[in-house]
Design a protein around this ligand. Structure first.
Ligand SMILES: *[C@@H]1O[C@H](CO)[C@@H](O)[C@H](O)[C@H]1NC(C)=O
Ligand SMILES: *[C@@H]1O[C@H](CO)[C@@H](O)[C@H](O)[C@H]1NC(C)=O
Ligand SMILES: *[C@@H]1O[C@H](CO)[C@@H](O)[C@H](O)[C@H]1NC(C)=O
Ligand SMILES: CC(=O)N[C@H]1CO[C@H](CO)[C@@H](O)[C@@H]1O
Length: 127
């Protein structure tokens, strides 16, 4: 027996698509912001983030124009060992694994000195 009509299945799929948060566990690195894919100019003292190309381009509403990607108005929350940092997504990295995330130096510093280079096994979520 078919419980759902075609349109309610489509709506359910749409809902699941929109509601599915992009999240993962991976390596955190730091970067020096400038003009990113979102078209903003940001500086090291600002809490900004970069995600993988896959996360960026699969964000609901993404088009061929990265400047118009709705992800540019959302945050990446990175959590490690009980500490969380919220940073605006401003850029993406090509040829990086899905789970790799970047923070500007000031945001990275909350977790470790930049001389450490990376923090492994952080959890992250895009809101
Ligand atoms: C990043 O830059 C944009 C445009 O200059 C600005 O609107 C935004 O507030 C900046 N983000 C942060 C976290 O400072
Ligand atoms: C992103 O984080 C900033 C600072 O915490 C907050 O003001 C803003 O509302 C957040 N944006 C979204 C889309 O949650
Ligand atoms: C995690 O946090 C605890 C409590 O602040 C601290 O004692 C411990 O050294 C931290 N572990 C790591 C791997 O950073
Ligand atoms: C538990 C876990 O995910 N450990 C990983 C932490 O990060 C290192 C380096 O990237 C991996 O080798 C571990 O598998």
């Amino acid at each position: 027996m078919c419980v759902f009509s075609k349109s309610s299945v489509a709506l359910l799929a749409l809902f699941l698509g929109v509601a599915k948060a992009q999240t993962g566990t991976g390596t955190l690195f730091w970067f020096t912001p400038g003009v990113g894919a979102c078209g903003f100019t940001n500086t090291t003292d600002q809490s900004v983030a970069s995600v993988s190309e896959e996360v960026f381009n699969n964000y609901p509403g993404a088009t061929y124009n990265p400047n118009d990607n709705p992800i540019c108005h959302h945050n990446l929350t990175v959590t490690y060992n009980g500490t969380s940092v919220v940073a605006q997504i401003v850029d993406y990295y090509v040829s990086t694994p899905y789970n790799r995330v970047g923070l500007s130096e000031s945001a990275f510093d909350v977790f470790a000195p930049s001389s450490q280079g990376i923090v492994p096994n952080v959890t992250w979520v895009v809101d």
